[in-house]
Each structure stands twice: as C-alpha cells, then as structure tokens.
Design a binder for this molecule. Structure first.
Ligand SMILES: [Fe+2]
Length: 422
C-alpha cells in the first residue's frame, strides 16, 4: 500500500511562496499541472489514518441511518441511499485494502465517493486549510466554496464518463496509480460527442494524460474536459474541487437581500400588488403601482454606511466557513456553568463592530451569524477563546444580557466553534 511515486528518490517539491506565485500566474484556470513527489501536509496523512476517518464517518452514517456525504457506484450506476449504508467501510475491514478486498469480491467495478471526509474531523482539517489558505491567498477566495472528496475503488472509468465541472480540481492519490485524461475546453466544444462519453479512442490523440501516484499532485482548470481511467486495480485519491461558478454580482445581490428586506419593512411583506391600470389599450405599461413608489422612497434612504455594513456582515459570514460548504458541527449543550475552549486554535470566532450602531457587534462561525451588544460579556469571552484560553462561561456572561448571550453562544457552539471541557 505504501506505494511511492516513481520520482520519490528526487528531492520533494515544496509548495512554497515561489510555487504558489508560479501556479497563480501559469496554471490557475489556465493549464493542467502534474507534480511528482510533493511535500504537503495533505499527503502526509497515512492510508491508515484515512481508513480510520472513513470508518468514523461511516459509523456516524449508520447511527443516523443517513449516508449523506457518501455516494456508491456499481458499474457506473449510482446506488440508492438505503443501499449505500450496506457497503460502507467497517472497522473489521482493518485497512483501505481490507475494505477493497471485501468490495471487489462483491463488485467487479465499484466506486465509493466520500465528500468532505476531512471536514468531519476538525483535528485533521488544518491539513486541508493549510493548503487551501495558501491557494486562496494567491488566486483569491472562492465565492462558492471548495470541496474535498475521497474517491476509492477499482472503477475503470469515472462513472459519469468524460465531463466538465465548474471547478478546478487538485488530486492527490493516496493508494494505487491514478490516470486522468484531459482535453482543453475548445476541443470539448468542437467535439460535443465527448460529453458523457466512455468510448473516446478517436479523441485520445488530442488529450493529455496525467499519471500520478501517492505523493504526487495534479491540477486541471475548471474548463478542462476530463475522465479518470484505471486498469481495474485499486486506487484511492483525494480530490479537491474549487468551485468557480459564482460571480461577484451574485455575492453583491445576496448581501443586499437581507438589507433590502429590512429596509422595505411591511411593504416588502405584501403578497399581492394593488394597481390602478395594468396597461393602456395599446398595451403600453405606463404607471408603477403604489407599492413600488413606496419601495423607491424607502430605498432612497439607503446610505453607504448601511451598504458597507451589509457587505461586511455577509463577507464575515462567508469567510467564517473557511472556504468550505460546511465545517464540522458539534453536539454540545452549554450552560453558564460550562467551561469551554475553541475546538481548533486555527478556527477563530470572527466578529465585527456594527458600523451603523456603535452598541452592536456581530459574531460569526461556520456560516452562522449572531448579534450581541458591544458592552456584553460575549465579546470578551470570544476574545479570550480566540486567544486560545479555556474559559468559564460564568466569568464572562453576567447580568441582564446573560440569557441572550448564552443563546448566541449556543448558536456558535452548534456551528462547531467551541468544545465544552467541563
Ligand atoms: Fe469531474
């Protein structure tokens, strides 16, 4: 299993500043890359650790009777959710290869996909965020998110054939050899028969084949048509997709939504619109109903501070997810008697002072946003937690705002921010 890359004897490639600068300039959304023998925390995770994570996640799915996050394909066909639970890894498999041995006796061609495996375990998540944070620093923070999936099996081809996604993809093989066949986007557009195809021999001469083993890394831009190929032997690969399908204009309109809702007040809640005339006999539409006139007046009172606050709030909420769709949540019921600390010293609770009301603060974690008062103990508590201190809730949350702050703290805890020590 501990198969090494063919160039493993050569000096490992460091993903340092120079690498990321070159990557941003030459490869990001431009051209594919194959790097042999890369030094990255992501690649230091052993197959035994990955197996343990898979079992942990599978156990959770079995317990909740919900295989969400797992997909299973047999001969390219997706298996129904209720059957996925039957084919997940179990502790008795002992290793990835043990699991494979059990599966290959049942299926000649199977593929298990586990999305966001690393995000179920906050302790391991930094391996991923160390990588993505550097990437974001050089190419920008994704407006959508990144997704990390583990692809495992003996499938000969990607179950859905040659395709293009709206994400740039980094792959890190964990076991076995992985081959990715790629075509540039112009070629895909000129040859629509490639789409979802499994038979593409005549197009092979125009493709590029990336062949990677454990310790290697590949990247292809979002526009690249691709398919994974294998000779039917076992492989396991991390795949990190950076979605690039959400333009800034969508970010702006989403940020404005809650501000507009608030501004419009009662007018915004009406579900029918009174009118005098719909249109003239000629069909010309010439007058705006009263509700719109009122809305215009209300919107004219919007000022740049309110806009700034709306954008800052939604930006904070967005980055509190650390670039992912979800981050690991917890089940921890807090009280004033609890003693708590951050679940990870790299995952801070973000906060900001309101621009329009000096008294107010906003706090955010894992996509959740709560409000509190600048004078309340909650901000002091959050600052102490962010400084990596273990904190007794009762030391900070006191007086009239205690109850309200505890509700806000519980919401942050539910999003995965803190762990109770006592
Ligand atoms: Fe894909």
């Amino acid at each position: 299993m501990a198969q090494k890359s063919s160039l493993s004897s050569t000096k490992p490639i460091l993903l340092d500043q120079k690498f990321w600068q070159d990557f941003a300039k030459n490869n990001w959304e431009k051209k594919p890359l194959l790097l042999k023998n890369v030094k990255s925390g992501l690649l230091e995770m052993s197959d035994a650790e990955i197996f343990d994570l898979l079992v942990l996640y599978s156990d959770r799915c079995r317990k909740t009777n919900n295989p969400e996050g797992f997909k299973f394909y047999i001969q390219g066909f997706k298996v129904g959710a209720e059957d996925v639970l039957q084919v997940l890894p179990v502790k008795k498999d002992k290793s990835l290869l043990g699991y494979h041995k059990r599966m290959k006796d049942l299926f000649s061609d199977y593929c298990l996909v586990c999305d966001e495996l690393l995000t179920v375990n906050l302790k391991k998540q930094h391996l991923l965020t160390d990588f993505t944070n550097e990437l974001y620093r050089h190419v920008g923070y994704p407006n959508r998110f990144s997704e990390m999936g583990l692809y495992l099996g003996n499938y000969r081809k990607t179950p859905f054939g040659v395709h293009v996604d709206s994400c740039g993809v980094f792959s890190f093989p964990v076991a076995g050899t992985k081959k990715f066949r790629l075509w540039p986007s112009e070629f895909g557009k000129k040859n629509p028969a490639l789409d979802r195809s499994f038979k593409y021999d005549k197009y092979k001469k125009d493709s590029q084949l990336l062949e990677a083993g454990p310790g290697d890394m590949t990247y292809w831009p979002s526009s690249e048509w691709h398919i994974a190929e294998s000779d039917g032997s076992f492989s396991a690969t991390w795949s990190l997709g950076i979605w690039v399908d959400k333009p800034q204009k969508d970010m702006v309109s989403e940020s404005l939504k809650s501000l507009l809702d608030k501004k419009l007040g009662d007018v915004g809640h009406k579900v029918t619109t009174s009118f005098k005339n719909l249109h003239k006999p000629s069909g010309e539409v010439f007058e705006l109903p009263e509700a719109y006139q009122q809305s215009i007046k209300l919107l004219q009172t919007l000022n740049s501070l309110e806009l700034q606050e709306a954008f800052l709030k939604s930006w904070m909420q967005h980055i509190s997810l650390q670039g992912f769709k979800t981050i690991p949540v917890t089940n921890c019921k807090l009280s004033v008697k609890s003693e708590i600390q951050l679940r990870s010293d790299r995952s801070l609770i973000l906060w900001q002072q309101s621009i329009t009301s000096k008294e107010k603060i906003y706090l955010s974690f894992g996509g959740v946003l709560v409000e509190s008062s600048f004078k309340s103990g909650l901000l002091k508590l959050v600052k102490a937690l962010n400084a990596n201190k273990a904190c007794a809730v009762s030391t900070y949350l006191k007086g009239a705002s205690q109850k309200q702050d505890l509700v806000a703290l519980q919401a942050l805890a539910n999003a995965g921010a803190v762990a109770a020590i006592k």
